[in-house]
Write a protein that binds this ligand. Sequence first.
Ligand SMILES: [Zn+2]
Length: 322
Amino acid sequence: MQIFEPYKLTGLKPNHLSFGGLDRGAELHEDKDCIQNLLGAEETLLVPVWRKLNLFSKIGGKGEKPLPVFLPVDEASSLISISGHKVFLGRQKNTIKTPAYLAIDVSAIDEEEAETSFAEWGSFNDLRNISPLIDGVEGSILAYARAMIYWHSQNQFCGICGNPTKPSKCGHQRDCVNSKCNSSHFPRTDSAVIMLVHDHDRLLLGRQKIWPKGMYSLLAGYVEPGETIEHAVAREVYEESGIIVRNIKYLHSQPWPFPSSLMLGFTAEAVTKKINYNDNEIEDAQWFTRGEIIEFKSQGKFLPRELSISRRLINDWLGLKH
Ligand SMILES: [Zn+2]
């Protein structure tokens, strides 16, 4: 039985990359030999990460979709010697076998070696580009692996005393080697709010300068220390557009580990209508009716990619199925 199945928790369909179905097995983190034992267990599946990229099967014929590649440890033992950081991700319990997923960092090898060493299995690609083509559960495992390996790569030195850190807890912690400091460091997730601001008839959409020309999306921003997520919604909307909102409601979330965000999705009702956008933050902000959004294509405008939480919030408001 999958006790964390999203429908059971919220009654809502999970967002893409939001549910890998893994039992994260926190009890294993206490076992000092956890990684070594997993490398010796035949049911272990390796999840290679090379410089922020994940491994996908080579695309053969036209229309053929790439598949995430999880490598049985006995078939890929040659990779162990070239791998750096290793992280136990969890076990898949709703299958006949209960494979353990072990993320391994193979970033130390150069581009040519990454191509030749993995040629028999596939090639490395950016999950953001491939994810619309793959199963959301498998994509979530890849996203989790990418996030954890990235965190290790960015935390090899102690932020308190500057000495090196070493991994512990099955790859879920790093400890400072300086016994006088003895600090522990943990993987972090940066909370970001994304909000569908409406006045019942119209939706507030904006665009950032760095986005592709014509793309409009919801306003969003990071939660700051010392504020609630609802306060962050109201502050970000006001800072970016000059609009004051009320009746803020949290709906659902989407991990966005590119590199380490968690997007928290809200709706908010506008109580002022006059837009006064901050051009340091965004390039444009406008109110759009449902009809105007449906006609975006004819005006050279478009919405964010399918499977993003922003698109889901917009589609739900438009009354579109997804
Ligand atoms: Zn330290």
